[in-house]
Design a protein. Structure first.
Lengths: 224, 247
């Protein structure tokens, strides 16, 4: 048996904060990119054009059937090559960008399903009424359908984002210094890896648990 | 795109013994399946017990199960894996520690950790599905069973659980598929499952695209076939007279 000694955590706090900032930055960008791309995919999926809906369906099924870690690892190698093909010259992309692209594209598949369900839950009369007022499809979606749909699916989108917050720790695989990776390396340096691991677990728990409690309250209040 | 695709790479020698790269993928897939199935057995058994606990009238049983679910759902999988692989062995009695760290081969100790980790992680999710399944049943089922003189254990054993499990096959299927995907985290503690073998092939052969494409295809096919299989199980076990039962 061994005792725990948390004495070195204090001095390591600034470094840990930097890690958390990176985690949150990745999370915010990935959520905004993922929701935007997911909305486009959902609208494609609901389109009457077979090619568009088939393409979106394949995209969603494809990303939902492979592990996130595989996507992160693959994109780490591939994104720099794609940038190179597009721009013609070698660009140092870095782990952050490749992870961000991986998260956006992967999460878009999950967000797309939420948005699709949200749009489908809006009654058809809303769309017909918007058309009757002379709106185009784009206007009807932007001004009438999507605002209502997003209100309905906000709790689900937030739940998915909490899962994404936990999943950002997988960037460990490509060596990005997020919160978990910072805690691991700081712990190794000072010889207290277990204590720093416990700290990381507690911090992730507190944030996720707190956020999902808030989401549950919000869900009750937003219930239409 | 000026990339030279070379699909024959999988039949080339790895330079280690007589192995070809395809052998690596096959052994990786074997580990992935071994991790997922063993983890699933733990998840299903523990998850069912916890799910039942959450529906019991006993407040303490429900509280314990709720705490378990919140704890295991709000800590990232990777943190949990590190805890099982690095931290927990340090807390074991000395003899068990030596056994885990020295007597076991690295692959075995990584395998044990990841199976326990995934099993307990997924159990929290299975618990929620089982609870939902039980709560979805009409209350009358419970009362009718009690009126017939069943004890609580019998009510669950003969009345509630057989129906609940049949209702929750679709969400359980998605948890079952998730455990296969989540097993890829094992590559981060050095278990040579599918993703680790893919990375190794990409590095050894320099045929990055082929290696990752094959891995993607394997995961995709695995997922689709498990989904088809579970769909078949679901139609076989559908409860007559319930929603979707008429199909």
């Amino acid at each position: 048996m061994m005792g725990f000694d948390f004495s070195q955590i204090g001095p390591a706090l600034p470094g840990l904060m930097d890690g958390m900032v990176l985690t949150l930055k990745l999370l915010l960008l990935a959520v905004s990119g993922g929701v935007a791309l997911g909305t486009v995919l959902a609208l494609m999926r609901l389109s009457s054009n077979r090619l568009l809906s088939g393409g979106a369906k394949f995209y969603v099924n494809y990303f939902r059937s492979i592990p996130l870690l595989l996507v992160i690892t693959w994109f780490y190698f591939v994104v720099p090559l794609i940038f190179k093909w597009i721009s013609g010259e070698f660009v140092a992309v870095g782990a952050f960008t490749s992870c961000l692209v991986a998260f956006m594209m992967f999460e878009a598949a999950y967000y797309a399903e939420i948005v699709r369900a949200g749009v489908q839950s809006i009654s058809k009369g809303q769309l017909n009424a918007a058309y009757a007022l002379g709106m185009t499809y784009g206007q009807a979606m932007r001004l009438i359908i999507l605002p209502q749909a997003f209100r309905k699916m906000m709790p689900l989108l937030l739940q998915q984002s909490i899962i994404l917050f936990q999943d950002t720790s997988l960037v460990y695989a490509v060596g990005l210094m997020d919160f978990l990776n910072t805690a691991r390396s700081k712990g190794d340096i000072v010889g207290q890896p277990n204590e720093f691991l416990i700290l990381a677990g507690v911090v992730y728990f507190v944030i996720s648990f707190g956020a999902s409690t808030v989401v549950k309250r919000l869900q009750k209040r937003l219930a239409v | 795109m000026n990339y030279n695709w070379d699909w024959n790479v999988f039949f080339k020698s790895t330079g280690i013994g007589k192995e070809i790269y395809l052998d690596w993928f096959i052994s990786g897939l074997g580990w992935t399946i071994a991790v997922a199935l063993a983890g699933w057995i733990i998840a299903l058994a523990l998850g069912s017990v916890l799910g039942v606990m959450r529906t019991l009238p006993n407040k303490w049983a429900a509280r314990i199960a709720t705490t378990y679910v919140e704890l295991f759902r709000n800590v990232p999988l990777l943190v949990q894996l590190f805890i099982w692989y690095f931290l927990v062995p340090d807390l074991l009695p000395e003899r068990a520690q030596i056994w885990f760290k020295q007597d076991l081969s690295p692959a075995t100790s990584a395998y044990l950790s990841v199976v326990v980790c995934l099993g307990l992680f997924t159990a929290a999710r299975v618990c929620e599905q089982v609870r939902t399944g039980i709560q979805a049943l009409p209350k009358g089922q419970n009362y009718a069973a009690m009126a017939m003189g069943f004890q609580q254990a019998q009510v669950y054993r003969y009345v509630l659980l057989p129906q609940a499990f049949r209702i929750i096959i679709p969400p359980l299927t998605s948890e079952f598929l998730n455990i296969f995907k989540n097993s890829s985290v094992a590559s981060l503690i050095g278990l040579m499952e599918l993703l680790a073998q893919t990375k190794q092939t990409a590095e050894f052969s320099a045929n990055l695209f082929e290696a990752f494409t094959l891995a993607t295809v394997i995961y995709f096919v695995l997922n689709m076939s498990l989904m088809k299989f579970m769909g078949w199980v679901e139609t076989r076990l559908r409860v007559p007279g319930m929603m979707g039962g008429a199909k």
